[in-house]
Design a protein. Sequence first.
Length: 351
Amino acid sequence: MRTSHRSPTLDDLRDDDLRRRVQADLDAKTKPLGSLGRLETLALQLALIQRRRRPVLEQPQVVVFAADHGIAARGVSAYPAEVTRQMVHNMLEGGAAVSVLARQHGLAITVADCGVAADFEPQPRLRVCKVAGAEHGSADASRGPALTAGQCAQAIGHGRTLLKSLPGNVLLLGEMGIANTSPAALLMARLTGEPLRACVGRGTGLGDAALAHKLSVLHGALQLHAQALAPLAALAALGGLEIATMVGSVLQAAWEHRVIVVDGFITTAAVAAAAALEPLVLQRCVFSHRSGEHGHARWLQHLGAQPLLDLGLRLGEGSGAVLTWPLLESACRLLAEMASFDSAGVSTRSA
């Protein structure tokens, strides 16, 4: 019997015939073989995700999943918890970095309130996805489970429902939640088996003493939930509401053959949890950048992911995912519009 988080099993995108056709199209373009580097790899991946030789990106959706975390009360972030609420306002008003970048590239942006410790006035770009009993955030994972199994399942369901309601065939992931590098680091340690010290970073800019305190708090949380080994159990015990909601949206997006553009450390946590449930999710994911957050590079290695950019970003919000958007557009345009040697009457290289 299938568990409730699953759609029917994802199909494997390894289509050798389509791959050969798209590669032949790329090789026939007016350029030396492979000279467009990663753009060619990206074009091929987009074609495989959409199962067509000429991928088309339609109505891309930036979704910022926002929630508060009980573990913030333990002093694991350089910023107070109320900044989550303030930054959600900033995003809705168009002043956050992700808002500016989305506006620059003409991308629709939605903020999902998955458990912010505040109530917001209704507005078109806001979706309320709060979970019963955790309306104002997750519990403190260092003192008990962050979420009950039921709350985690509800959050995943909200993520699926949210994604179904949005148009388009591209999902660009973003997040907002003070202290959310802590649940992300805990999930990395549990899902990869890496030592906690390799997973925990400075987040919003912790100094050495504060970083040592954060490590101590998270070590206690990991020990407290030593039996939470299965992916859903780990997500509930160690995760957060925006991460669990994001897992649902990622699973649904994968099932719908949407392109999933992954941002930084926290969105990688959601994708890794989703992939632990459905490994073929990763075939649908474009990893936008390698963040400056400690542990992200190693996590990408575990996932076999090659990010497109490395700009030292550690802002979150989906900023890296949006910055990558022009590369996806370029890959599709080059595949669709660039002339071949035959059509342009250009001589091929000699044997």
